[in-house]
Design a protein around this ligand. Structure first.
Ligand SMILES: Cc1cc2nc3c(=O)[nH]c(=O)nc-3n(C[C@H](O)[C@H](O)[C@H](O)COP(=O)(O)OP(=O)(O)OC[C@H]3O[C@@H](n4cnc5c(N)ncnc54)[C@H](O)[C@@H]3O)c2cc1C
Ligand code: SF4
Ligand code: SF4
Length: 625
């Protein structure tokens, strides 16, 4: 069968068509929860199919899942989790067989001081640092860090698990597919949603054999239309399908995608005898800049994952996660463990931190959303995996109920089952508590910490509310940010030189402002470019369109800060002619951060900026992240 539809350029294209019962977009933890629960309920005790396909009468239910990344587990990240939802799906014995998994044994919360004096600390933080140093003999102080004696219960992961999310997802995929009822197709992005009369009818897969603008070239293969009775969307924080549905069908009145963060993570071989035991978890704050939170989790096999988060309310136009992560590693508290270690792989990914406020319509005619694209991430507990998993489980239970009762996947039926289950679950209760927890950060780091503590300790009854203004209004220019450290004339010169070389400003500016050059060791401390080539290296197959586009080039020409270049996790966006940045698909790690970081908001509610982030293949090749 085939179907004719128009491509990006408005040209009619004949596409192959396939009909299934359930099509799923994205294989992250949310979809893991959905498909694990569904797979266990598709057969009768005698092994015969429990439900008949409507798409292919006489056959069992036809269920397909398409994943953008080149393999299962490449597009995810993490993690330490209390795993409440995951533990309901799997026994502890089963989880022990997941590579790199272990139970949390020890947990520490660290306040890291600045050993070099280069970070930008408000006066009150500097005062706190001075007092800590003065009384360090009486405090749990070690190597320029304060080991806080108490971890608030909302942050505690004491009864949880440490996973490599990539390994966990591969293990889950094997379990789901072993039943033979569900197929997961990696390397196959969904590029568009099919909507007819306000009902979702399925998805369109990405076109192959096109130029960077999507025009057909030799070997053009139009993406298939996959028509389905139910489209399950679990495409994460920057997923194109969930955003297309929001635009076409609308969003609830108070919906907002204004808060986000970029997380960057390294997976390393620790040096022998480094002294860190599997199951150890560190949460950090205070360094390399006060607004940057960090973490380290120690896996079995002398392997550790660590990383940092660059939040949307970090008002620094030089937002390079890669460089800041190197300074985090070099902090004396961690360098004593890491020195001599080796980078195995790395990754970066966005997090939608608007939490409950970013809850769209969870279901409509022919579709349901699960996981981060449905606002599950909890910004108070710093937890997203378990919440995503649980949302998938709740949808699967609802789908089974509807299949049993032979009721169609209409908005009304999905609201009566899935949306109702969500409203009655711990997800809803906890997301209410967390709703305003991060608001204080709009007024600064210290105010933000107090706000978080207040919300957490009073179960959301007391909050420090603060209305968020557009990030563009609060973000200083580079000249303002470096006032007193680098003269405007020097910045003009550095800008010119970096533009001529086609590189970002961040390294030169940070070193001028007092950050020491990174002492490269060729193993753990390596250049950003080298990191793209090792371990989880970037790959981008030929014949696909660019998935990052600059909507209005005139806006880019006039843009002073060009944050898209400074923050790019893969150095895939670089200075170009006439002030319009250049995108190199072969370096893009698919973190999606350029979409949020551009300050030119064109539709704030939906988080739209002058960067368009479309469906794309490739990215980092590593199943350890
Ligand atoms: C560095 C970092 C560390 C983190 N640490 C923790 C932690 O310790 N604990 C914790 O609980 N949470 C943590 N999180 C958050 C956690 O990763 C997310 O909350 C969680 O992954 C959300 O799951 P999801 O299934 O909704 O979405 P995702 O994990 O984002 O999965 C979505 C999937 O959809 C795929 N996809 C997207 N678009 C398409 C398309 N068009 N077609 C096909 N496939 C598509 C993606 O490739 C991806 O595999 C961390 C996040 C980051 C970035
Ligand atoms: S994409 Fe946004 S941040 Fe980048 S140059 Fe254009 S307007 Fe500026
Ligand atoms: S271009 Fe790619 S690597 Fe760079 S910020 Fe955008 S998504 Fe991330």
């Amino acid at each position: 069968m085939s179907e004719t539809s128009v491509n990006e350029q408005g040209i009619p294209v004949e596409r192959p068509r396939m009909d299934v019962d359930i099509v799923c977009v994205g294989f992250g933890p949310a979809m893991g929860g959905f498909l694990t629960t569904l797979a266990r309920n598709l057969k009768n005790p005698d092994g015969s199919p429990r439900f008949e396909s409507q798409a292919m009468p006489g056959m069992p239910l036809q269920i397909l899942c398409y994943e953008r990344a080149d393999d299962v587990g490449f597009g995810v990240s993490g993690i330490v989790t209390r795993a409440r939802g995951i533990k309901k799906s799997f026994s502890a014995e089963a989880l022990k067989s997941v590579p790199l998994a272990c139970e949390v044994k020890e947990e520490k919360l660290l306040y890291m001081l600045d050993p070099h004096g280069a970070s930008r600390r408000p006066a009150i933080v500097k005062l706190a640092d001075r007092l800590i140093r003065l009384f360090k003999f009486a405090l749990p102080y070690k190597d320029e860090a304060l080991e806080l004696p108490w971890i608030p219960s909302f942050l505690h992961k004491g009864d949880g698990w440490i996973f490599s999310m990539g390994q966990f997802m591969q293990w889950v995929a094997a379990e789901i597919q072993s039943g033979g009822d569900i197929q997961i197709w990696p390397g196959t992005p969904a590029s568009g949603v099919i909507i007819e009369n306000s009902s979702v009818k399925g998805i369109r897969l990405i076109d192959q054999g096109v130029d960077k603008n999507g025009n057909p070239t030799e070997g053009f293969m139009p993406g298939m239309e996959v028509r389905s009775n139910l489209t399950v969307v679990g495409d994460g924080p920057v997923g194109v399908i969930s955003r297309q549905i929001d635009e076409a069908i609308g969003v609830p009145e108070n919906y907002d995608r204004h808060e986000w963060a970029l997380g960057m993570k390294f997976v390393v071989d620790l040096p022998e005898n480094c002294g860190l035991k599997p199951g150890t978890v560190f949460h950090t704050l205070g360094y390399p800049e006060p607004e940057i939170f960090g973490f380290m989790y120690v896996h079995p096999g002398n392997i550790a994952s660590f990383g940092i988060f660059i939040p949307s309310w970090f008002y620094n136009p030089i937002r390079t996660a890669y460089r800041y992560l190197q300074y985090w590693m070099l902090h004396p508290y961690f360098w004593k463990y890491l020195k001599g270690g080796k980078l195995r792989s790395w990754g970066a990914k966005s997090i939608l931190e608007s939490g409950r406020r970013a809850t769209p319509y969870l279901a409509g005619n022919g579709y349901a959303k699960i996981g981060e694209c449905s606002g599950t991430t909890n910004v108070l507990t710093n937890s997203g995996v378990d919440e995503a998993w649980e949302s998938g489980v709740l949808l699967a239970e609802s789908v089974i109920e509807l299949l049993e009762k032979k009721r169609p996947f209409t908005k009304e039926n999905l609201e009566e089952t899935y949306v109702k289950r969500r409203q009655q679950s711990w997800l809803e209760k906890e997301s209410k508590i967390a709703e305003k927890a991060r608001d204080g950060f709009n007024r600064g780091f210290v105010y933000g910490l107090i706000g978080m503590a207040l919300s957490g300790l009073t179960n959301g009854k007391l909050n420090l509310s603060c209305k968020a203004s557009p990030h563009k209004e609060k973000m200083p220019t580079i000249e303002e940010f470096y006032r007193g450290k680098i003269s405007p004339e020097e910045i003009v010169r550095i800008r010119r030189e970096c533009a001529e070389k086609g590189i970002a400003l961040n390294t030169v500016l940070m070193e001028k402002a007092g950050w020491e050059p990174i002492p490269y060791d060729g193993k753990l401390l390596i250049s950003h470019q080298d990191a793209l080539l090792i371990g989880g290296k970037v790959q981008a197959a030929q014949g696909y369109a660019d998935h990052v586009r600059f909507v209005d080039e005139k806006v880019c020409m006039q843009c002073e800060r060009k944050i898209c270049i400074e923050m790019c996790s893969g150095q895939a966006i670089t200075p170009g002619e006439n002030g319009v940045p250049v995108f190199d698909r072969e370096k893009c790690v698919h973190c999606g951060a350029c979409l949020w970081n551009c300050l030119e908001e064109s539709h704030r509610k939906l988080g739209k900026t002058n960067v368009e982030f479309l469906a794309g293949v490739g990215g980092l090749h590593s199943a350890e992240n």
